[in-house]
Design a protein around this ligand. Structure first.
Ligand code: SAH
Length: 343
């Protein structure tokens, strides 16, 4: 499952089978089939593959549906670790938010994903497996028949802390023989790992870069996001400018509004000074309160007032639609519940 088309072709021929078998198998793997379901290859070869490889390393353990149509998935991995993803239905199709690590080592104050630290990185085939599992669940196929058309790498984990596997996943999911999601419809969200942001700009990918900013002040940002002690806001802005220069793609800042912490007039003004005139968009997110910390979400009115200040200064900004609140929609919450219940 970690193989791209060429690698699979080499593998299949090294097992003494004809090259065209790789096409059949690649297609079946991306459709979400287990080897036992691949009836277009011989039983003997199926059994041989089954004894050596893992066709589908990710299984849906549980799914929850919100009143607003958002769905939350709990996935089981082969080593019994669990990860989660969120499916959002938009007018044009489904967007899937997926995890890149089991747990996370960023320990952002508002987030439930890092409560137990990092357990391990996901392999490229496991990140891909999340998409394949949900796409099959929705009755989708590959290529034009896919149901998932948009991916956000914004679930649990820090994608740039699992850099090589994440990049390989992006190439796998956008391969023309597979599900083939356009890179323009893939967004990667980072807490701001500056050297990796520079590396990403040289990968020749056309994905969208999103950065979790959460404060315009380094000192205050460090209190919300420990990683801010290592990478300063100015360095992040340089990395974003470089990304724009290399890819021509505008970047996005995420800003979780936390009541009294980062949502005052002073913060709005500092954001304007920092981001005014840059080719960026600001996504304001109303905090999804989690019981593991005391941070609070302001009112909707507070959020729209903050937005108004940014817009008046000419910044491009939006308040993100609230989704799936009734089903533990925030990062890491569902896995956290599962771990508590199964302890
Ligand atoms: N590590 C990456 C990607 C995962 S977190 C990053 O930091 O960007 C992605 C986003 O999830 C964060 O920016 C934040 O906007 C959101 N998030 C996490 N916990 C949240 C919560 N409790 N409420 C609202 N948004 C949350």
């Amino acid at each position: 499952m970690n193989s791209n088309y060429l690698e699979l072709e080499n593998l299949i021929t090294s097992l003494g089978e004809k090259k065209f078998r790789a096409g059949q198998i690649f297609r079946s793997l991306h459709l979400g089939l287990d080897f036992s379901e691949m009836t277009d290859i011989s039983k003997q070869f199926r059994e041989r593959l089954e004894s050596q490889f893992d066709a589908q390393p990710v299984k849906i353990l549980k799914h929850l549906e919100s009143v607003d149509g958002t769905m939350k998935f709990l996935f089981a991995l082969r080593d019994n670790n669990v990860i989660e993803g969120v499916l959002m239905k938009y007018n044009h199709g489904y967007s899937l938010c997926i995890s890149t690590q089991v747990g996370c080592r960023m320990h952002c104050a508002f987030c439930a994903s890092g409560l137990h630290g990092l357990v391990r990185n996901l392999e490229p085939g496991e990140i891909l497996g999340e998409v394949i599992a949900v796409n099959r669940f929705l009755g989708g196929g590959i290529g034009e028949k896919r149901k998932v058309i948009n991916i956000v790498l914004m679930g649990s984990g820090e994608p740039l802390d699992n850099y090589d596997n994440t990049i390989k996943f992006i190439r796998l999911i956008s391969e023309k023989n597979g599900i083939n999601i356009s890179q323009r419809n893939i967004s990667l969200s980072t807490s701001g790992i500056v050297p990796k942001m520079f590396e990403l700009a040289n990968e020749n990918l056309s994905i969208n870069l999103t950065v979790s900013l959460h404060s315009p002040f380094d000192e205050e940002r460090q209190k919300i996001m420990p990683v801010a002690k290592t990478y300063k806001i100015n360095q992040i802005l340089d990395a974003c400018a470089n990304y724009f220069e290399k890819t021509g793609r505008r970047y996005i800042f995420e800003y979780v509004l936390i009541k009294g912490e980062n949502d005052t007039q002073r913060h709005a003004q500092a954001l304007i000074n920092l981001l005014g005139g840059r080719p960026c968009h600001i996504n304001l997110i109303r905090l999804n309160e989690v019981k593991e910390n005391d941070l609070k979400c302001g009112t909707d009115k507070d959020a729209y007032r903050f937005l108004g200040v940014l817009e008046k200064a000419g910044l491009s900004a939006t308040v993100r639609r609230k989704m799936g609140e009734d089903i533990d929609g925030a990062c890491g919450q569902l896995r956290q519940r599962y771990l508590e219940e199964n302890e």
